[in-house]
Design a binder for this molecule. Sequence first.
Ligand code: SAM
Length: 280
Amino acid sequence: MGIEKVREFDFTVEVFDQVRSLVKKKTGIVLSDGKQDMVYGRLTRRLRALNLPTFESYLKIVEAGDADELVNLVNAITTNLTSFFREEHHFDYLKSTVFPALMEKNAATKKIRIWSAGCSTGEEPYSIAMTIREFFPQDSGWDVKIIATDLDSNVVNTGKKGVYTLSRVDGVSAEYKRRWMRRGKGDKSDFVKMKPELQELITFKQLNLLEGWPLKGPVDIIFCRNVVIYFDKDTQRVLFDRYADMLAPEGHLLIGHSENMFNVCDRFESLGQTIYKKKF
Ligand SMILES: C[S@@+](CC[C@H](N)C(=O)[O-])C[C@H]1O[C@@H](n2cnc3c(N)ncnc32)[C@H](O)[C@@H]1O
């Protein structure tokens, strides 16, 4: 016999199913049975904010097409866990292999485009930017741009600001901190801000990977790490095929440590360590 949880709001299986089919349709994110408590916890905040008595009344508002509330719902559901230089081997690989190769390959255009797809609060694109600046300083004459996108509009705004607590940048080397971050003063002394030399490399935009992409290709490198883990195989199939279309010949795709291309897309060659190169 299961133990009934005493909850402030009724959260039946039917309501949970309604939420997950809405989330799947709008975002591609598949919420497993085990996510019921997480969804309850995150959405009750919306019910309280709107002063609503039941989940049913909340869903009515969203399903009636309230665009603002749909954004709030999506923002509440996304999992934005990230960190600076997460999966550091990818940044080592950029330095040892990808950037030196691009210096030759793109020597005529002196142009490099990188997409951080599912960038969360910005730690990933700023880590890419710090790595880039070692190879392509501001006065190098190279036109390097990073486009950083995420479904969740709140995290995109955090990325745009480029302000982080000291504890968030704990793992970044002292050298990089000195070169690329400015420590706040007075009541802001627990924060750092990314320097303009990094910020000018990155354009942050809200973008749903399931919808149209107002991006000009081709791009040389796509980071899409720890994003598709929440999608089913069919959604991954469509997405990786579109990434292959968007990448330049032999462009690189970097995915997360627990993600793989097996049975999903044959347009990439695996280089190991979740690094892929476009074949065709
Ligand atoms: C766990 S974070 C990964 C952040 C970063 N790439 C990393 O590896 O540290 C996953 C991000 O994917 C975003 N995301 C989920 N579904 C998305 C979609 N349909 N379109 C765009 N971004 C999405 C989430 O909002 C979240 O910020």
